[in-house]
Design a protein around this ligand. Sequence first.
Ligand code: URP
Ligand code: ZN
Ligand code: ZN
Length: 468
Amino acid sequence: MDLIIKNGTVVTSSDTFVGDVGIAGDKIVALGAHIEHPQAQILDARGKLVLPGCIDVHTHMQLPFMGNVTIDDFELGSQAAACGGVTCFVDFAIQAKGETLIEAIEKRRAVADGHVHVDYSLHAGITDPTDEVLASIPKVIEYGVPSFKLFMIYFKEGWMINDGALHAILLAAREHGALVGVHAENPFILDYNVDKFKKEGKLDMPWHGRARPNFVEAEAIRRAIFLTEQADSRLYIFHMSTKEGVQLVAEAKGRGVAVFAETGPHYLLLTEKCYETPDGLNYLAGPPLRKEEDNAALWRGLSTGAVQVLATDHCAFSRAQKMSGGGQDFTKVPNGLPGIETLLPLTYSEGVRKGRISLNQMVELLSANPAKLFGLHPHKGSLAPGADADVVLLDPEKTQTISPEVLHTKMDFNPFTGMKVTGWPVLTISRGRILWKDDQFQGDATWGRFVRRSYQGAEVGTEELVKA
Ligand code: URP
Ligand code: ZN
Ligand code: ZN
């Protein structure tokens, strides 16, 4: 054994106990009380929570989008991930017109590989669903990419797929064993509203949210669930933001439909009031921030199992980038918010400490469920012997006031600035290697590997999550 984490409060998705975690090479090899080995390095974790590394299944590092490229590249974004306790993230290979999905994946890997501090993987974003592309789905799954993102919006941007393609991809995913994820917003109502507001000169930031009221998301979620039910397939809803969404997903689960939903800290903790502030443009994202009643419904969804994943949609545009369209017109502001480094502390401080979710639920939402849903289980997402030694120590009493200065991304704005959290990641281990300790980052950007994902060999499938 090379490393023993001693006397910490070990938290799994089902258990909490004071004990030790033994690591040999890149794997966890023992879990329990009084683990000893004469040659092992000892890490004293007394008073700390010992958690499986978080898996953020929704990031956009150096993404070209709305005339800008997100400012966190793979290297910086993955450094921020490690400092925040995220040991694996899943980004996107979004297909360009005419490109094969494998070409899109390899193009993205050519940018990322060798420049990543923690392990990462990719979802395939399908934007050009030709017959050849649909026929290639088994090959993409075999490559190690068994999840897709389909944009039900972004019609004008050329990313939208229509309902026929969604139906066809749901069928292919059922046949070959993949998960279909959607960005659920109705593009035609959104574009109608945007055009109307433009004509009326309503271009201030609050109109961004008003162009996309809750039913714009709810309609698309309802349609995607209906099509999933008809195809007897499985559906994942990225960045769900509304109370209506929570209800639709809970009802579908009640009927036995395999539908899973993700939300993120900004939809739990911020509201549309942010758009009224002088910094309003910095909060523009799609879907938009909502109302307190939506925050509350999403928290309830997390605690009851209707919403099963917490992820960030880390999509970092600096102040200058947000201002690149002049700063007066919401349609010219690149959409997206940063979040990868604050995912764990916000979830712990606002979720667990405030009694909205339990400690074990936090591990489910941040590690176990993403691993199971996206084919990373049993290698990642748990502290079980045999799993990758991806481990985080969280000091439950360490307080921190969030600001760009205490974080490691290139961002000069953070949506949670000024928020005081209690509980902060103090040590992060990726496959047995310490990356973050004593406020020092010790990483190496050649360390992170592209992870080929698969549902084969998973001891636990996703069936148990359907009715959760
Ligand atoms: O505003 C967002 N979410 N930007 C990133 C692209 C997406 O749709 O996830
Ligand atoms: Zn999206
Ligand atoms: Zn996104």
